[in-house]
Design a protein around this ligand. Structure first.
Ligand code: ATP
Length: 326
């Protein structure tokens, strides 16, 4: 059966790293059908809405989605798209690669971030000119679901250390619930794990990332800790991610639209190509995913490199080099 892949480049460097990634996927000759979808700032200007219904439907109906980046309209684009694919887990691996100048070359972390609730549930109010509020939503069901996903991911991918990040000493009810749900799942599945206060964890991740493997996080903590980990391994141009649901998923780089370098043809396509490798794995093309990953690793080690990694290569130079290695 031909897999249908929704392709939504979005804004800024999304328009550069997504086409580069499609060239790489074409070279693998998988016979996928790629269907383009529009979304983002330019689409809002042209059509009055950042995420047209047909793009939402395209993501919902496809076997998987590749998404580039959204700029100012990010919240109106990526949050509904994650909902369209029924995603509850945001998986963000942060690995240091040989040949890339990393602050901590021993880093090999995977953040498994709950991505339907927490402070990103969108429950905000302006009560008066002076007072604004935000409601933090944590449910037992979503917490159990992310814990199950995180523990199973660690087991399937050979990570021994699992850490649950929280701030239950302050957010006693919500993170108290998060911890209780994770503990219940661990007991049922006989999984071992540690708990860590998310602020102290931020410091420990910088000093000793080698002590950690899979980190299961509430929504905001996962967003921030994974960007922190990007700094450990050489920057945002290297971090892929998957937004996984029960039967569908969307794959995107952790970085945003990078307006400071957009349009110059110098964005590092590695994060996007590695996101595509995560997609191949999700679609059960494990061998092709491994081949693609090792081609990216080989280029990261020997070059050419884009300016964020200290080189002067273009996006296309890097994607061409990845294709050569394939
Ligand atoms: P947005 O508002 O869309 O999130 P942003 O600039 O706030 O955009 P990012 O897009 O994540 O956030 O970029 C943060 C920094 O990292 C920028 O300096 C950007 O140039 C750099 N960066 C991000 N992605 C890449 C990439 N693929 N290649 C090179 N540099 C990158």
């Amino acid at each position: 059966m031909t897999e249908q892949i929704a392709v939504i480049p979005g804004d800024g460097i999304g328009q550069e790293v997504v086409p580069a990634t499609l060239d790489v996927l074409d070279a693998l000759d998988l016979g996928f059908e790629f269907v383009d979808g529009d979304a983002g700032d330019a689409v809002l200007e042209e059509r009055g809405e950042a995420l047209p219904d047909e793009t939402y439907e395209l993501a919902a109906e496809s076997d998987a989605t590749l998404f580039g980046a959204a700029g100012e309209t990010a919240a109106d684009v990526i949050l509904p798209l994650r909902e369209a694919v029924g995603s509850f887990a945001n998986v963000r691996p942060a690995r240091a690669y040989p040949g890339v100048d990393a602050v901590k070359p021993e880093t090999d972390l995977v953040f498994v971030r709950e991505n339907t609730e927490g402070v990103y549930a969108g429950i905000e109010s302006q009560l008066s000119d002076d007072v604004t509020t935000l409601t933090r939503l944590i449910t037992d069901s979503a917490s159990r679901r992310i814990a199950e996903y995180g523990f199973e991911y660690a087991e399937a991918n050979g990570y021994e250390d699992v850490t649950v990040a929280h701030k239950a000493n302050v957010m006693r009810t919500t993170d108290g619930q998060f911890l209780e749900s994770c503990s219940a799942v661990a007991e049922e599945g006989n999984y071992e794990y540690d708990e860590a206060l998310m602020d102290a964890l931020a410091m420990h991740l910088i000093m000793h990332p080698e002590d950690y493997g899979v980190v299961i996080c509430p929504n905001l903590a996962g967003d921030m800790l994974s960007d922190l980990a990007a700094g450990l391994v050489g920057g945002l141009g290297l971090l892929p991610s998957a937004n996984v649901g029960p039967d569908n998923a969307l794959f995107e780089p952790v970085h945003g639209s990078a307006p400071d370098i957009a349009g110059q043809g110098i964005a590092n396509p590695s994060a996007m190509v590695l996101s595509a490798a995560m997609m191949l794995e999700h679609l059960d093309y494990a061998d092709e995913a491994a081949t693609l990953r090792s081609a990216v690793e080989s280029v990261l080690e020997d070059g050419p490199k884009t300016p964020d990694l200290g080189g002067d290569a273009s996006t296309e130079d890097v994607s061409d080099a990845i294709i050569d290695r394939l």
